[in-house]
Design a protein around this ligand. Structure first.
Ligand SMILES: *[C@@H]1O[C@H](CO)[C@@H](O)[C@H](O)[C@H]1NC(C)=O
Ligand SMILES: *[C@@H]1O[C@H](CO)[C@@H](O)[C@H](O)[C@H]1NC(C)=O
Length: 480
């Protein structure tokens, strides 16, 4: 531990030197270029990272952003994680950044996130290798697969979770949403069944893994970051065993081996290394489960405070269920899903106001000019994608939860999409449709079977990962 401390102190001294160097650089840059306003000061190494990361209601931009926008406008510069960074809350600029991926801007993942998620994870990659990995993910979740493989499983898992809810009890809705999304993902990715010891071990390691993602990246013995790195190894070990099983089957030349999960199909992929495959699966487990569970929690949260929305939603789903009963059908199918029109408005509105992802990390590949500002090549660029969702120039009364706005919105919005919940451009989230399917199916069963209220005051917070400080405790009552 003495060694670590010494290391810490010397890091601090180096940081101070970098910090002092930084300040003089700032002045130099200002001379020739018209940089966005702001300053690159703050703490050594991390700059203004701590106030920038300060948790706040996810239906707002937070105090730091509000103050900086008031002072400097919607595009400004700051020191984030020790790097000169342009932060943008300008929807037009953000759309431009996302659309220019690979030409003017490129994904730029902070090294701490890459360390936990893996250097081959989709979050960390850019360029051709990202395209290749992304196409595997897109293929895995394409519309045909959603209809044939995912929908029946989503339906079954949703029913299973709700079957476990006991009348007149109180529990964390967020926990339940996570369980639902996690079970679904491990099944589809690696054919792991819920409740098995291996699955439970994976789930408990995953909790630490996730905590590390949202922590200050200090690799010291007692930090959440260090614990997350250990969890990463444990998770990769389990996934590695699963991969070995599939590779062995392939080598034994088992004929007609069903492509029953993603792992089996990537095991056959000729260009990918073992590390790449495991990082891919891990990042899909992460993306596929964090976002869907957050989305479901948000819907549960918003609906309990919007009785009229809940009523119309319930009517829509009761009607679909009754029609199915008349036809003697069981299990949801794609036509049922397509009929859930109001549900889709609810989903869009939930994602808009809930803002699961607040910002993205990019860097400038060239010197870029926008709205009279110079963005120097190599600088980090952070588009605050939630800004568009909360902009009163785009959405009337943006603070109001109003799913009906989506009934008319697309007539006027055309292709200048201001929906950024799933990023956009060439990096548009491959799981966007799956996430919506999960929400719709879960809501279908939930609204028909239960009523609920918050057991304690809670609200969605950007940590910046979306969470509920009290894990969204709800009290439920079974209907009928
Ligand atoms: C629900 O639970 C509360 C206390 O937990 C109890 O007082 C009440 O009688 C219960 N109601 C029903 C309908 O079971
Ligand atoms: C919801 O938003 C998506 C864009 O993310 C859009 O394509 C879709 O038409 C919207 N649905 C409704 C019902 O407004």
């Amino acid at each position: 531990m003495g060694m670590e401390l010494l290391l810490g102190i010397s890091t601090l001294i180096i940081a101070l030197i970098i910090f002092l160097g930084f300040r003089s650089n700032d002045k130099l840059d200002g001379k020739s270029l018209k940089l966005p306003p702001g300053n690159l000061g703050g703490w050594p190494l991390i700059g203004d990272t701590i106030p920038f990361m300060q948790p706040h209601s996810s239906a707002s931009l937070g105090t730091f952003m509000d103050q900086h926008i008031a002072k400097y406008g919607r595009i400004f510069r700051m020191n984030l994680l020790g790097r000169p960074t342009i932060v943008s809350a300008d929807p037009e600029f953000n759309r431009f950044i996302l659309q220019s991926e690979g030409r003017l801007f490129e994904n730029s993942c902070p090294t701490s996130i890459a360390e936990i998620m893996g250097r081959w994870s989709m979050l960390a990659l850019a360029g051709d290798i990202h395209k290749e990995m992304r196409s595997i993910a897109v293929n895995f979740m394409n519309n045909v697969k959603l209809r044939t493989y995912f929908l029946p499983d989503v339906d079954a898992q949703a029913v299973k979770i709700l079957d476990s809810w006991k009348d007149n009890t109180t529990f964390s809705a967020m926990e339940q949403g996570k369980k639902f999304a996690f079970n679904l993902m491990v099944k589809q990715l690696m054919s792991m069944d819920p409740g098995m010891p291996e699955t439970e071990q994976l789930r408990s390691e995953y909790v630490f893994f996730m905590k590390g993602m949202a922590s200050i990246p200090l690799n010291l013995p007692w930090t959440a970051f260090r614990r997350a790195l250990q969890s990463r190894s444990a998770i990769l070990k389990i996934m590695g065993q699963k991969l070995d099983e599939r590779v062995r089957k392939l080598q034994e030349g088992v004929q007609g081996l069903e492509e029953d999960d993603l792992l089996a199909s990537v095991a056959k992929h000729p260009h990918l290394t073992r590390d790449q495959i495991l990082d891919l699966i891990l990042s899909m487990l992460f993306a596929g489960h964090e976002t869907s569970s957050a989305a479901i929690s948000l819907a549960i949260y918003f609906l309990q405070s919007s009785p009229k929305v809940l009523q119309q939603l319930r009517e829509e789903h009761t009607k679909i269920a009754n029609q199915k009963k008349e036809r003697g059908e069981t299990g949801l199918n794609w036509d049922d899903y397509k009929q859930m029109e109001f549900t889709h408005c609810v989903i869009n509105e939930t994602l808009r106001l809930g803002n699961i992802v607040k910002f993205l990390h990019r860097k400038a590949l060239k010197d870029v000019q926008f709205k009279g500002y110079d963005i120097p090549c190599g600088w980090e660029v952070v588009p605050i994608i939630s800004a568009a969702h909360l902009d009163s120039a785009i959405y009337d009364d943006p603070q109001i939860y109003n799913p009906w706005r989506w009934e008319t919105i697309f007539a006027t919005m055309t292709k200048n999409s201001n929906v950024m919940s799933f990023s956009g451009g060439p990096r548009l989230c491959p799981g966007a449709e799956l996430a919506k399917l999960e929400m719709a199916v879960f809501l279908h069963h939930l609204v028909q079977r239960f009523e609920w209220e918050l057991a304690e005051h809670d609200y969605p917070v950007s940590f910046p990962f979306l969470g509920f400080p009290k894990q969204l405790p709800i009290k439920i009552r079974a209907l009928k």
